[in-house]
Ligand binder design. Sequence first.
Ligand code: ATP
Ligand code: MG
Length: 775
Amino acid sequence: MDTYLSQLNEAQLAPTLQKDGPMIVIAGAGSGKTRVLTYRIAYLMSQGVDPFNILSLTFTNKAAREMKGRIAKIVGESEAKNLWMGTFHSVFAKILRIESDRLGYPSNFTIYDTQDSDRLISSIIKEMNLDKDIYKYKQVRSRISSYKNSLITVKAYFNNPELIEADTTARRPQIGNIYKNYVDRCFKAGAMDFDDLLLKTNELLTRFPDVLAKYQHRFKYILVDEYQDTNHSQYLIVRALSDRFQNICVVGDDAQSIYAFRGANINNILNFQRDYDDVKVFRLEQNYRSTKNIVNAANSIIDKNQTKLDKIVWTANEEGAKIKVHRSLTDGDEGRFVASTIFENKMHNQLPNSDFAVLYRTNAQSRAIEDALRKRDIPYRIYGGLSFYQRKEIKDVLSYLRLIINPADEEALKRVINFPGRGIGQTTVDKLIVAANGYDRSIFEVMKHIDKIEIKINSGTKGKLQDFVTMIESFQVMNKNANAFELAEHVTKASGLIREFNKDGTPEGITRLENIEELLNGIKDFVEGQKELADATGSLPEFLKDVALATDLDADKGDPNHVALMTIHLAKGLEFPYVFIVGMEEDLFPSAMSMNTRSELEEERRLFYVALTRAEKQAYLTYTLSRYRWGKLIDAEPSRFIEEIDEQYLDNITPIEERRFNPMLDASIFGDVEPNKIRFKKPTQRSPKRKTAEKRAETFKISTPKNLKKISSSSAATNLFDSKLTVGNFVNHQRFGKGEVLSIEGKGADIKAEINFENGGKKKLLLRFAKLEVI
Ligand code: ATP
Ligand code: MG
């Protein structure tokens, strides 16, 4: 037997060697589903299947790359290269570019990311004069997204009285019209959003039988990982493509279905046997990832769910340590516990940073963990925050580049038409939009013919618009001969972007410049890489193709030896020796928004199951007694999920008394002393004054840009608290985003600031509680 096959147990071998026909592997976490998929592809190739005929769909592009890497080791680099592997979005974006003319799109269509979609929807809501408090753009976007993922087109929407009725009852009768405008505008801009990549693929495969036949023949073997989280749109694509040969292999775990809120349909896995004839069902039961304690604890949790397939998961691994449960006073304290535990483990056991992961329910929780890790000089990386390509300065550069390739791209145009400032105000842009809608042309075309059309814009501004058009056109000329790097470098200078950020002079401005430099380096790398490929030219369209789909998880640059910080949703399929699950509190996890129905709560429980089963050796569950949420200090209660674990698998390691009354430990709150170094215990009550100072230091976590001095002592915090924030300052708030301080009132602990936020409008915040970052 081939050596790689000897790395599978018998239960795993069966699906691996099952070459043809529809099949499903349903199995619990860590039982080798992904390994089976990987080895199965290698096996198919050893049986003479051309890699060109294999399509493998994964949850992240990173997972696809890793899989490909492993396959390459078995079958050789040159063979593995021809495999089609990636996420649904990236694979079908590629196909849509090839077939774009069928759908009336240019092959270099823009992919709008969520930010672009949000902006366009906001703009449409404004143009339609709708109340933005009723029509919240994010809600509208998710509504449109769910229509698209259920394949409800605009036409289907207006043909369905029930949908119209539902939106009307919800006091949002204009949703359908917003949807229509949004779709029209995307089409006119030559842009597809993420959901379109699936919706349009479905359209392509249903409307054009010859295209369907072509890809059915091409993808004779189709494999799907994490099948439990496919949505209806993805399901239909897989169904259509596999219909001819029925060589479809899906693997998944119903207990790990955690994307229902985004339209994932657990029935896809439950009904698989009904969809195809003679489905072979395989089950794997042995977990290779985790200790007995972790596997058993995870089983005891998922047992509480009523809706589930009965599955057995066991492991031959060692018993292992119990799951450690830790309680702290505040989220800052929780962060310090995580950091010091990582620190100690690393020291005692000589472990790399990459052995540790910190998982949380919501992105906002990363802040306190980051602060603590930074204090200990422990390198970390946040995954899934704002991806590199979504940062402001990077999007600015990319928007110029997008315009060169696709001048119809409305979002790109609106973003940079007046950045850097060229005296083209919002009123002018609004007029351009109205004209573009009226003439049914793109804004750029309207600008090109600004002299010939009727529009109330003064001649000075018209001149500025023409200058902008001339600049973009000059870039387009250059694009004919220059490679992506040469062009991008020129654009950053000629557009005035570099000058603009240079002028800024703040640490933040410098960081932005560095990021632009990193982007240029990335483009250079890309151009160099392309030189080796015969049919690639290193041109700009090639570079831009998938940028919108690139996520943080994909760009694994820099030193890989770091602690990973990410949401549980993102951790799916991954594994780490040491896993911290932080914020194990009611209303946070389970989330307050997911406790209304049993099915919502069960999804939260599955999420917890996913989190716990990422751990190989040791899991930590931490919770705090109080936490800052939405700018307020609130009391927190331990999550019901902790209680749900059979006690025999838990080890409570909270030094409660010490933490309450030990002044030395209080000092450790400021990171001055390590808690575990403290042997001296003397219960004394803290003075009220000291308490307030601490509270401020704790509350007033103004995070400073890297290069500025950190606020590390209570007195510094007090200073900042009392005086540093002034009218006209710009600040950042976790939830409301950027804002300008309009006024400040009150004294001491009651100081309030009125701030006008980008995302929330005017708000009065009590500085004592608001987590603000001065920018
Ligand atoms: P998840 O449900 O979390 O996605 P999974 O079922 O896909 O998990 P894998 O990631 O494939 O599980 O495997 C879990 C771990 O066990 C991996 O480190 C894998 O290399 C290892 N493993 C799987 N099968 C075996 C085996 N037969 N022998 C040794 N190690 C194995
Ligand atoms: Mg897996």
